[in-house]
Design a protein around this ligand. Structure first.
Ligand code: ZN
Length: 623
């Protein structure tokens, strides 16, 4: 494994407490531990190769307890192995079967605490007995009142939250295989990013195995009242009762998607591909946990118009899971490639017009993001290669890695032609399969394997795209036939034309999003549009988010109770955050007060990822 200390290394002087498990006496000492790639892990001395978890999920106490056992490979000089932990209660540690004294550092806000375990060059196994905190940031425990059924637990390890439920070297540059034994209440079914059961067992103990090496951020667990339905020979869907059939209907094209993806960039390497439909509190659209994508229920709309999210998570089986960003600063290598690939899968199945419509909408989002970020201290985060030193990698996440990354790759495709670019991508996924890659390594591979002469390279302005802020002027322009039709309708409405619901009956979610975003908000009355469509009564979370943004901008008081209900029922950060931002930015102070009141009442029901982002928005708002 390559290990690069430049750029991202920094050293912290931390006060440590010597935790002697024999006497439990506390003795403070000063040690310097480098934090590299957002981890205390000393993988340059010790390679953790495989993990076995033996865990019990206690829903009453909202904790996971048990042990993690690592098979390690130390180098000749290794004296200790250092794992990342965050708010883990370490009960005892054994090394090759013998209990040893360990040290745990002081908890740092972003990085947690290093766990130092003495070993030597011959050590094979390190077993850590531990318990998670009820506030473990990766885990969300939902009561039966919150699910409307049985209790549920899910994890979200990306970016650096795996350490809040498993002691590990929590960095994307390191891969390991794992097995697990999970016990849970007898009416629930646990699922992991591994081989999964399809039905509940009698003794409530389940075994899992992930044979392909993965980085820690892809460790995943969910436990709920799940049922399973097969969708194809190697794919299916898990959901809670009552939601299974509608999910199966929504994802019916999954076998076709897998086929399209394999046709483009080579065989799917993870065995099965299943989806588990999460509760609404899930903070993301989807999480590409290998073999088992975690997906928000907000994409189950009844008309398959948001299944591109599944194409996205499936594409991660190549870009991200197979070829992984070496550091979180290289995050665009995970996401930019995935959005490009997602788009290609959608084009294969639903045609070019549909894919163009989605790309055009995304381009609008990207432009807005860039304009907004360029006016703030976040300007530097409009670079593809992010500077995340001493920051939570999650703070650098925006449309940039996804959309600026995609448009950069699209520019390369348009420059060299699709055939050559596809052959290049196929070889890239093969060459770096089950490895990690830095931005500079990608650039070298690109120069060596794609371009034929400097005349092709120079106009691309590659360094400008990767290392400079903003959106380069050579960004490809997308034309969408479908959205051009909408443009003329929007112009007619501006000139006084009265739209009817009847003429929009064939619209997809994307048509409505474009319509709401682009309608002239000065000349069109929000009351009039509301009386035609009654959007607030709709169930489609994507359209509702767009609609409520306009309601807030227009000071549309009538929408307030609906906005509150929406924010109480949806935990996906993509929807929650923009509404809190809009309310905070509104010059009418009542919206800021309203936002704070709502958050006080319902904020605790959000996953930590959403909760922390909204907290920042409310704290930074100048109310
Ligand atoms: Zn993604």
């Amino acid at each position: 494994m390559k290990f690069n200390l430049t750029n991202i290394a920094f050293y912290l002087s931390i006060g440590f407490f010597l935790s002697c498990n024999a006497t439990q006496n506390n003795k403070q000492e000063e040690i310097q531990i480098p934090i590299v790639n957002h981890s205390f892990g000393n993988s340059h001395e010790v390679l953790p190769q495989s993990l076995h978890l033996d865990l019990n999920a206690d829903f009453e106490k909202q904790i996971i307890q048990g042990f993690a056992e690592w098979d390690i490979k130390p180098n000749e000089l290794a004296k200790q192995v250092i794992f990342d932990t965050k708010e883990l209660k370490i009960e005892k540690v054994s090394v090759d079967g013998e209990e040893v004294e360990f040290k745990k550092g002081k908890e740092l806000e972003i990085f947690g605490a290093p766990l130092l375990i003495p070993i030597d060059k011959n050590t094979k196994k390190v077993r850590i007995y531990y318990e998670t905190s009820p506030h473990a940031e990766a885990l969300q425990w939902l009561s039966k009142e919150q699910t409307g059924g049985k209790p549920l637990l899910f994890s979200q390890s990306q970016a650096i939250l795996a350490r809040t439920w498993v002691p590990c070297m929590d960095m994307p540059s390191l891969r390991f295989t794992y097995t697990a034994k999970i016990s849970c209440p007898n009416d629930l079914l646990p699922l992991m990013s591994a081989t999964n059961p399809k039905t509940k067992s009698l003794n409530s103990v389940y075994e899992f195995e992930m044979q392909q090496p993965i980085p820690s951020y892809l460790l995943a667990l969910t436990i709920g009242d799940y049922e399973f339905k097969e969708l194809g020979t190697n794919c299916g869907v898990y959901a809670t009762p009552g939601k299974l059939q509608e999910a199966a209907n929504e994802f019916v094209d999954l076998p076709k998607m897998i086929q399209a993806a394999e046709k483009l960039y080579g065989p799917y390497q993870w065995g099965r591909y299943d989806i588990v439909v999460m509760p609404a509190a899930f903070p993301f659209g989807g999480m590409e946990n290998p073999r088992l994508t975690f997906a928000t229920p907000t994409i189950v709309t009844g008309d398959k118009s948001l299944v591109s999210l599944i194409a996205h998570e499936l594409a991660h089986s190549w870009s991200g899971n197979l070829v992984t960003n070496h550091t979180w600063s290289d995050f665009w290598l995970n996401e930019g490639f995935t959005v490009y690939f997602e788009d290609r899968i959608m084009e294969e199945i639903y045609g070019r017009d549909y894919a163009d419509m989605m790309a055009k909408l995304s381009f609008g989002d990207l432009q807005n993001t860039v304009v907004k970020m360029m006016q703030t201290p976040k300007e530097n985060d409009t670079k593809l290669f992010l500077n995340l030193e001493n920051r939570n990698p999650d703070d650098g996440v925006s449309d940039i890695a996804y959309e600026k990354g995609r448009f950069f790759l699209l520019l390369i495709e348009k420059t060299v032609g699709r055939e050559r670019f596809d052959a290049f991508l196929k070889s890239y996924f093969q060459k770096y399969a089950f490895k990690t890659i830095t931005t500079e390594e990608f650039k070298s591979y690109l120069y060596d394997n794609l371009f034929q002469n400097p005349a092709e390279v120079v106009p691309l302005e590659i360094n400008n795209w990767i290392y400079e802020t903003g959106l380069p002027s050579n960004c490809p322009i997308i034309l969408s036939v479908e959205l051009l039709k909408l443009d003329s309708l929007i112009t007619k409405i501006k000139e006084g034309y009265k739209i009817t619901k009847e003429e929009t009956k064939d619209w997809t979610t994307h048509h409505y999003l474009y319509f709401i975003r682009n309608i002239n908000k000065q000349s069109t009355s929000i009351q009039e549009i509301d009386s035609v469509f009654g959007f607030s009564q709709w169930k489609n979370a994507e359209i509702l988010c767009e609609w409520y943004k306009w309601c807030i901008e227009a000071n549309y008081e009538k929408s307030k109770p609906y906005i509150k209900t929406y924010l109480a029922n949806v935990g996906r950060r993509k929807f929650v955050l923009p509404l809190f931002e809009k309310m905070t930015e509104n010059t009418n102070k009542n919206w800021k007060i309203f936002a704070k009141d709502i958050f006080k009442e319902i904020g605790k029901s959000y996953h930590s990822v959403t909760y922390q982002s909204v907290t920042k928005v409310l704290e930074n708002g100048n109310s």
